[in-house]
Design a protein around this ligand. Structure first.
Ligand code: 173
Length: 322
């Protein structure tokens, strides 16, 4: 009889053991702050494919989708409060929760270098504290922004122009005399079509995704800042993962960051040609004007960050080295 009981216990133990092994595959809910299939969601979507392939039996991501699932300016809060587990989002969309996120566009060294020089660790700490999230990946470091216009200007002066912004462009638009109007990307087309704005800030990539080429006449030179789209994981979720699960996500994150080096330069070259072909005229005011613009853009952005968060802002500027 004693043996029978023992067998029973072993049986339960074995069964429970198998059960635990199965339960070890976790599924994270993921969203993007950009429309599905568009330029700044594509990398994240490939990252999810990779995780779902490499993470079979370990970790999976269920992609809920883009702004139809969570409004862009709410995505940061959704990761913070664990409404979602993982998100693809620019810091420009969560500066209400983390003012220091405005500095990310000024950290323009390759992601791999930011991991080595202490930038990643400090930015991760800020995300832990302010956004209850883990800073898994930084994409598009080598992709810059531009101001696009429908009215021709003859110098780098935005006086009298209403320009659609996010926190990325707000200070430089204002510094050049323009009137900034904040909207999520989903409202840009209509704002241009109705003449609510005379132009908009956006990266060099992606204006064809939502048909903006049809309502865009000019691209102002020079390009400025560095695009930042981050993959964030809710920090409670991150801490609950085992080493194998973390490794699948981290390996895929490093792969994703690497795409910026291998793919962005070619994409930028093609996009500039495609914009020219679509009749979008580059407004270039020469090297001296460009240099003044870049200095001003850098200065006003850092002033804004440091005014909101003096200590962290100064540390970020030191890490950025600009
Ligand atoms: O213009 C924007 O909406 C914006 O801030 C942004 C940031 C990163 C990538 C694309 C757009």
């Amino acid at each position: 009889m004693g043996r029978k009981i023992l067998c029973g216990i072993v049986g339960i133990a074995l069964f429970a053991g198998t059960g635990t092994a199965l339960a070890q595959e976790v599924t994270l809910r993921g969203v993007s702050s950009f429309a599905e299939g568009t330029q700044f969601s594509k990398g994240f979507e490939r990252f999810i494919e990779k995780v779902n392939k490499d993470g079979k039996g370990i970790i999976q991501i269920n992609y809920i989708g883009g702004p139809r699932a969570v409004p862009p300016f709410e995505v940061g809060n959704a990761v913070r409060s664990k409404v979602v587990d993982i998100a693809n989002v620019t810091g420009a969309f969560y500066t209400n929760l983390m003012p220091e996120a405005e500095a990310l566009k000024l950290l323009d060294k390759p992601a791999a270098e930011q991991r080595k020089n202490g930038s990643w660790a400090f930015i991760n700490e800020l995300h832990n504290q302010k956004l209850n999230s883990y800073y898994l990946a930084r994409q598009f470091v080598s992709v810059p922004f531009h101001i696009y216009l429908n009215k021709k200007i003859d110098k780098l002066d935005f006086s009298g122009l209403k320009i659609r912004v996010t926190p990325v462009y707000r200070d430089i638009v204002q510094a050049l005399g323009g009137t900034p109007i904040t909207t999520p990307p989903g409202e840009v087309y209509t704002a241009l079509e109705r003449g609510v704005v005379d132009g908009y800030g956006w990266p060099i990539l992606g204006i064809f995704d939502l048909g903006w080429d049809k309502v865009t006449k000019f691209r102002v030179e020079p390009a400025f800042y560095s695009v930042e789209v981050n993959v964030l994981v809710n920090n409670d979720v991150w801490k609950s993962l085992n080493d194998k699960q973390k490794k699948v996500l981290t390996d895929a994150a490093l792969w994703l960051e690497g795409l910026d080096i291998t793919e962005s330069p070619g994409l930028i070259k093609d996009e500039r040609a495609r914009q020219a072909k679509a009749g979008i005229e580059a407004l270039d005011f020469g090297a001296a004007a460009a240099q003044d613009f870049l200095k001003k853009a850098n200065d006003v952005a850092w002033q804004s960050v440091i005014a909101k968060s003096p200590e962290a802002g100064k540390k970020l500027r030191q890490l950025a080295g600009n």
